[in-house]
Design a protein around this ligand. Structure first.
Ligand SMILES: *Cc1c(COP(=O)(O)O)cnc(C)c1O
Length: 462
C-alpha cells in the first residue's frame, strides 16, 4: 500500500515511512492512495473473529508486505494484552442502548486503542530500520497519558510530555506523573496549556534542534492511529449483525479532532455495512455547522463538561476533504489556503450534499449532557462519561445504533457528581493511583529551559 499527501506535494511513500513521517513534509496529512474493498464473503469470514485476529485482517492490506504477517500479529497481540477486558472493546447492552466500551485500556480512554499499537509499532520499526525517536508534546488531558502509556519502557524512544502545572485534573496528572520508566519525562510548565503548546511548537520549528534530537509527535494525525481505530467499527458491526452483510449498523461518535469518526467513514467506504455515522459534538460545533451548511468556519473555543472534544480546528478534517473531493489534492490545497487566510472554507452545493449523505451531525449542550447521564443512570443503572453522553444524546432513538463510549466515567467525576450526585466507581486502571510515587520536573514557560533539559537528559543516555 502506498500513501500520498492530502496536498499532493510528496512522492508516494510506503506504510513504515507514512507512520514515521506523521505530518507529510508538504504540510498535508498522509492518506492511502486506494482503499481495499471488503466483499460479502470477507465480511462473513471476519464476523467470527476476536478483536486481535480481526485487527490483523483489517490492517494487513494497509501494511502490505512491509511487516511480515507473524510480526504484525505479535505487535497486535502485545498491544491489546494491556486491556483489562478479554473482548478488548466489549459491546454491552444498556437498557435500549448498545454501547461499545473503548475504555478498557491502561489509561481508561479510547485513545489507548490506537496509542498502545502505535508505541509498539514505533519500537518495532526503529529496531528494524535503526534510529531513535524523542516524542515531544503538550497535553491538557487524555492524550498525554495515553501517549506515555503507549511508549513507556520502549527501546529507542523517549517521551517529553508537558502539562500546565496545576491546571489539569488531579487524576490525569497522576496518570502521567506516576509512570516512573526511565524513558518518560513529565514536565509541569509554570503557565497555561497554550504556553505549553507554544513551547512545543517552538521546538519543532527549530529545525536543527529537531533533527539533532530526532523529535517526533504522536498527535492525532498519525495514520496508524486511524488504522487502529477502524478495527472496532468492523468488530461492532460483526457483533450486531451476526455476520449478515445485509444488516447495516449506525454509529454515534463523540467527536473532537475527527479521527475516530473518520476511521468509521473509511470502514464504510471499504464496504463495511455502516448506515449512518453521527458526528456528535459539544458546544464546540464547527463540524456540526459544516454538515448543516457546507461552511467550515473557525469560532471561539468553549470549555465544556466534555473537555476532550473542546477543539476549534479538527485536525483530521483535511483527510475527509480529500476523500470528499475524490483525491483532488489541488482542490484541498486551495480550500485550506482559504481557511488559513480567512478562517473559513466552503464546499460547493454538490459536495455539501455528499457530506450530508456521509454524516449526520448534532451539537449537544452541557445541560443536555448532564440530563443524558441522569437518564441513562436512572433507566439502566449505568454511568456514561460526559463524552459518551454527548454521543448517546446525539444518536437519539435511531435503530441499529452503536454508541461509542470513549472514556471511563471516573476520569470525569466532576461531571458525574453534577449529574447524579455520586462518584463513578474507579476502574482497576485508576485504583490506588493517588497513592503512587511520582516524578515530574517543573520548568519555566519558555523554549530554552526545555531545550536545556532535553539536551542534558539525552546526553546522559536517558
Ligand atoms: C479524544 C477524545 C474524543 C474525540 O476523539 P477524536 O478522534 O478527536 O474526534 C472523544 N472522547 C474522549 C474521551 C477523547 O479522549
Amino acid at each position: 500500500m502506498q500513501y500520498s499527501s492530502t496536498r499532493g506535494g510528496i512522492a508516494p511513500v510506503g506504510f513504515a515511512e507514512a507512520v514515521l513521517m506523521g505530518l507529510a513534509t508538504d504540510g498535508g496529512l498522509l492518506v492511502p492512495t486506494d482503499l481495499p474493498c471488503v466483499d460479502a464473503a470477507t465480511l462473513r469470514a471476519w464476523s467470527g473473529l476476536g478483536f486481535q485476529d480481526l485487527a490483523l485482517e483489517v490492517m494487513t492490506p494497509f501494511v502490505g508486505d512491509e511487516i511480515p504477517r507473524e510480526d504484525l500479529r505479535a505487535l497486535i497481540e502485545r498491544s491489546y494484552a494491556t486491556f483489562a477486558h478479554p473482548a478488548v472493546t466489549p459491546l454491552v447492552e444498556v437498557g435500549d442502548l448498545r454501547i461499545l466500551e473503548l475504555f478498557h485500556g491502561p489509561t481508561a480512554a479510547f485513545k489507548d486503542v490506537a496509542l498502545q499499537f502505535l508505541g509498539n509499532l514505533f519500537e518495532y520499526l526503529l529496531a528494524r530500520d535503526g534510529g531513535e525517536l524523542n516524542i515531544c508534546g503538550a497535553t491538557s488531558g487524555d492524550t498525554g497519558s495515553a501517549a506515555i502509556y503507549g511508549v513507556r519502557g520502549k527501546a529507542r524512544i523517549s517521551i517529553f510530555m508537558l502539562h500546565p502545572k496545576g491546571r489539569i485534573s488531579p487524576i490525569q496528572e497522576r496518570q502521567m506523573t506516576s509512570v516512573l520508566d526511565a524513558n518518560v519525562h513529565n514536565i509541569a510548565v509554570k503557565g497555561s496549556f497554550d504556553d505549553a503548546q507554544r513551547i512545543v511548537k517552538e521546538l519543532f520549528n527549530d529545525l536543527p534542534f529537531k533533527s539533532e534530537f530526532s523529535l517526533g509527535a504522536v498527535n492525532s494525525i498519525n495514520w496508524a492511529r486511524i488504522l487502529a481505530q477502524m478495527v472496532y467499527y468492523v468488530f461492532a458491526w460483526a457483533r450486531c449483525s451476526a455476520g449478515d452483510p445485509q444488516r447495516r449498523v449506525s454509529f454515534a461518535v463523540p467527536t473532537g479532532n475527527f479521527g475516530d469518526v473518520f476511521a468509521g467513514y473509511l470502514a464504510k467506504r471499504m464496504g463495511v455495512p455502516i448506515d449512518r455515522l453521527i458526528v456528535a459534538t459539544n458546544r464546540n460545533d464547527i463540524l456540526t455547522r459544516f454538515v448543516d451548511t457546507g461552511v467550515y468556519s473557525v469560532g471561539d473555543v468553549y470549555q465544556t463538561l466534555s473537555p476532550a472534544m473542546d477543539i476549534q480546528i479538527a485536525s483530521n478534517f483535511e483527510r475527509y476533504l480529500y476523500f470528499l473531493h475524490d483525491g483532488d489534492a489541488g482542490k484541498v490545497r486551495s480550500l485550506l489556503e482559504t481557511l488559513q487566510s480567512t478562517g473559513r472554507l466552503e464546499v460547493d452545493a454538490a459536495h455539501h450534499a455528499r457530506a450530508r449523505a456521509d454524516f449526520d451531525a448534532v451539537a449537544v449542550s452541557d445541560a443536555e449532557t448532564l440530563e443524558q447521564i441522569r437518564q441513562t443512570y436512572a433507566a439502566a443503572d449505568y454511568i456514561l462519561c460526559p463524552h459518551t453522553a454527548v454521543g448517546v444524546k446525539a444518536g437519539g432513538a435511531l435503530e441499529d445504533l452503536v454508541c461509542l463510549a470513549t472514556a471511563h466515567p471516573a476520569k470525569f467525576n466532576e461531571a458525574i457528581q453534577l449529574a447524579i450526585g455520586r462518584d463513578a466507581p474507579l476502574p482497576p486502571a485508576l485504583q490506588g493511583l493517588m497513592d503512587l510515587p511520582t516524578r515530574c520536573l517543573e520548568l519555566d514557560a519558555g523554549a530554552e529551559p526545555l531545550k536545556a533539559h532535553i539536551r542534558e537528559t539525552l546526553k546522559d543516555g536517558g
